[in-house]
Design a binder for this molecule. Structure first.
Ligand code: SIN
Length: 516
């Protein structure tokens, strides 16, 4: 620890870490209450946030909160927290109207008669999802970032990563950022983590490459409670073309050829169907909702069928694909995908668990909040219902931002991060990331075996130890991302080994549970 120069330290009322929908919502709510807000993000472009990549849409209740609640709980295999779901459904329609429509002017798609067009996705019993084509995240995040950037009370700092939390006696006082010279403290009355998910821990993911579990690791290392980390959702229909490139995203060897992209569940909601290599539909034999069963069930169905017959395709011929999904049709054209049958395979998509928070995003540590994918609100339980993640980020972001005001920043001693020896061995980060991803893919994927989980735990703990040895004397951002990824991976393996029951996204191979 080092004495802090109080005269030069950066201080703010509310510090938000992350620039997806949840971070922007938290910043907006705090600023609306008159707080000065600093939003730091390691992103340099808006599309470095998972929000920007979100396709299907944002669920509303369309005036029927109990019906959405029922679908959320059903999709979660009965494990979602009903009180948390109540918070979500009670506020859903108001926040969409207030923030997205009235404040940001998001131009959600309309039907021919000029009313809002609602779509449907798997496990939704009603058409209630607002969307812009199948590129909804982009159309929400870009105006949101512009709005936040223009706000007189909000200062946005891009290309600034959080390395550690500053804590004293169980209270969080801000972060140590990687601003030059490395290890610069930023003090805040309250700190809100909105750092997103964990896609970078897997070879294939629908997340941007920098989803390295930063907030989860920093919070856990500071002593915050984390929960439900074994519930990692795999999306059933990512383009399968790049499967052979697994674990290469960070290796640089084939990064440019990695053409994983999501084929939104909205396609199935509007009539697309899954077929095996023999051209047969198979989901009807797995679940009464067939292709529109909960996502975990469809993902396992697709994987089983790929193993049995060699391939699964998404048949979009029942749709007006070009007319109704122009952005996805263009992506397919750009990748040289011809015809109506698109090869698909499951890939990592969303972490249902995370930093444990209450109905205002408060963590177990004083003045630390968490919102968005890094948080575990209880809404998703063991499996998330489609198009509820943007909504959860918006609702909890606003609630946390509103709650986090009124605390004086205190300048305390901050961790003294050493950067004595900045040069890392060549390829150190790349090689460790490759090992981490391979371990997660092989042992902590769609289906888990108890012995494999123990094997993964041992590999990941060893890897974390090797990384820790380097962070003692270096503060490079990619090294800290690796550290956060390895801490989060160890926590995921621990959660998976402690839960021997197959439920939702956590499917234990020898539990003899049926696919559905
Ligand atoms: C999708 O468009 O299929 C993804 C939507 C979601 O993850 O909620």
């Amino acid at each position: 620890m080092t004495e802090t120069d109080t005269a030069t330290a950066t201080t703010t009322d509310v510090l938000v870490v992350g620039s997806g929908i949840a971070g922007c919502a938290a910043a907006l709510a705090a600023a609306r209450k008159g707080a000065d807000v600093l939003l730091v993000t390691k992103a340099t472009k808006p599309d470095d946030a998972s929000t920007d990549w979100a396709q299907g849409g944002i669920s509303t209740t369309r005036g029927n909160p109990p019906s959405l609640k029922e679908d959320i709980i059903e999709a979660s295999d009965g494990t979602a927290d009903p009180d948390a779901v109540d918070v979500l459904v009670e506020h859903a329609d108001d926040v969409v109207e207030d923030v997205l429509i009235d404040t940001l002017g998001v131009g959600f798609d309309q039907s021919d008669d000029g009313t809002l067009d609602y779509t449907r996705e798997a496990a939704h019993s009603e058409y209630r999802i607002l969307h812009v084509d199948a590129a909804t995240g982009t159309h929400i995040l870009r105006p949101f970032l512009n709005h936040v950037d223009d706000h007189e009370r909000i200062d946005v700092r891009q290309d600034t990563a959080a390395l550690e939390l500053i804590t004293a006696e169980g209270r969080v006082h801000g972060i140590v950022s990687d601003e030059e010279p490395t290890g610069k403290p930023i003090y805040a009355g309250a700190t809100i983590l909105a750092t997103g998910g964990i896609g970078a821990l897997y070879g294939r993911s629908t997340n941007p490459d920098d989803a390295t579990g930063d907030g989860i690791a920093m919070a856990a290392l500071a002593g915050a409670d984390v929960d439900d980390l074994e519930y990692i959702q795999f999306h059933p229909t990512a383009y399968a073309g790049s499967e052979a490139l697994s674990a290469s995203k960070r290796s640089g060897e084939a990064a440019e050829q990695d053409d994983t992209f999501l084929l939104s569940e909205a396609l199935r909601g509007e009539g697309a169907v899954l077929r095996n290599a023999d051209g047969e539909r198979f989901m009807e034999d797995v679940h009464p909702q067939a292709d529109l069963a909960p996502r975990d069930v469809v993902a396992r169905g697709v994987e089983t069928e790929r193993n049995a017959t060699g391939e699964v395709v998404l048949d979009v011929s029942p749709l007006e694909f070009e007319a109704d999904f122009p952005a996805l049709a263009e992506t397919c054209r750009d990748r040289g995908i011809d015809g109506d049958e698109i090869p698909v395979a499951p890939c990592e998509h969303f972490l249902c668990g995370g930093i444990d928070v209450d109905d205002r995003g408060r963590t177990s540590l004083d003045r630390l909040y968490a919102v968005g994918e890094c948080a575990r609100t209880g809404v998703h339980g063991a499996n998330r219902l489609a198009s509820t993640s943007l909504l959860e980020g918006l609702v909890w972001g606003l609630r946390a931002g509103g709650d986090a005001t009124g605390f004086e920043p205190e300048v305390v001693e901050s961790p003294d991060l050493l950067n004595r020896d900045p040069e890392l061995p060549e390829r150190f980060v790349t090689e460790k990331f490759t090992r981490l991803k391979r371990t997660m893919d092989d042992y902590l994927g769609l289906e888990r075996d108890p012995d494999d989980i123990e094997r993964a735990s041992a590999v990941l703990r060893r890897l974390k130890g090797e990384v820790d040895a380097y962070t003692r004397t270096r503060t490079a951002r990619d090294l800290y991302e690796l550290r956060h990824a390895s801490v989060t991976a160890v926590l995921i393996a621990r959660a998976a080994s402690e839960n021997t029951e197959s439920v939702g996204c956590h499917y234990v191979a020898d539990d003899e549970a049926p696919l559905a």
